[in-house]
Design a protein around this ligand. Structure first.
Ligand code: ADP
Length: 191
């Protein structure tokens, strides 16, 4: 399988580049943020719990997220060529859980694409996106909190994949097509 983790701070372009990857490599896409927003829209218990964290810019507890990934893999492995994980893993505990879940299916992460974008650029992009996204967490205060949560809790995941030999750093500033070309080089190298 071709399993790609697309990684980077909020506003780094994970969603945009995931769409490009899905088309080119015919992969199944899982965005934990989209799944959580769907839970909120459909008024589930999980959605209510998630919303409390998301509106504050904090992470949703690991066990909730890992449970979602577990059932996603259960439904999809064996039926798809590979998976793009978007917005997951966001903690080292999640990265460890993903490794062990995938190994139970005799597979692993192929590459981790780390989109690098400076904090100041993220803030500008997300404030701009907030004007049209309708997302309750795209306001300046929550955006700043999400960036600081990223730096404190999520960044260590880079080291996890570096040690695992899966890290590919991608400069996430510039034209979307040029960034995608760099991404494709990294993916083709492990394909
Ligand atoms: P962004 O990358 O722009 O922050 P996401 O849609 O990926 O947007 O995530 C939105 C929010 O959903 C996060 O701030 C967090 O509260 C929650 N969330 C999404 N994925 C995870 C995850 N893997 N672990 C914990 N919380 C998550």
């Amino acid at each position: 399988m071709l399993n790609i983790v697309i990684f980077g701070p909020p506003g780094s372009g994970k969603g945009t580049q995931s769409e490009n990857l899905i088309k080119k490599y015919e992969l199944e896409h899982i965005s934990t943020g989209d799944l959580l927003r769907h839970e909120i829209e459909t008024n589930t218990q999980l959605g209510a719990l998630a919303k409390k964290h998301m509106d504050k810019g904090e992470l949703v507890p690991d066990e909730v997220i890992i449970g979602m990934i577990d059932s996603f893999l259960d439904k999809n492995i064996g039926k798809v060529k590979g998976v793009i994980f978007d917005g997951f893993p966001r903690t080292v505990a999640q990265a460890e859980a993903l490794k062990s879940l995938l190994s139970s299916y005799k597979t692993d992460v192929s590459v981790m694409l780390n989109l690098e974008v400076p904090d100041a650029e993220l803030l500008t992009r997300l404030i701009e996106r907030g004007k049209t996204s309708g997302r309750s967490d795209d306001n300046e205060e929550t955006i700043k909190k999400r960036i600081s949560v990223y730096n404190a809790q999520t960044k260590p995941v880079i080291d996890f994949y570096k040690k695992d030999g899966k890290l590919a750093n991608i400069k996430g500033v510039g034209a979307i097509d040029a960034i995608f070309a760099e991404i494709c080089k990294a993916v083709d190298a492990v394909k």
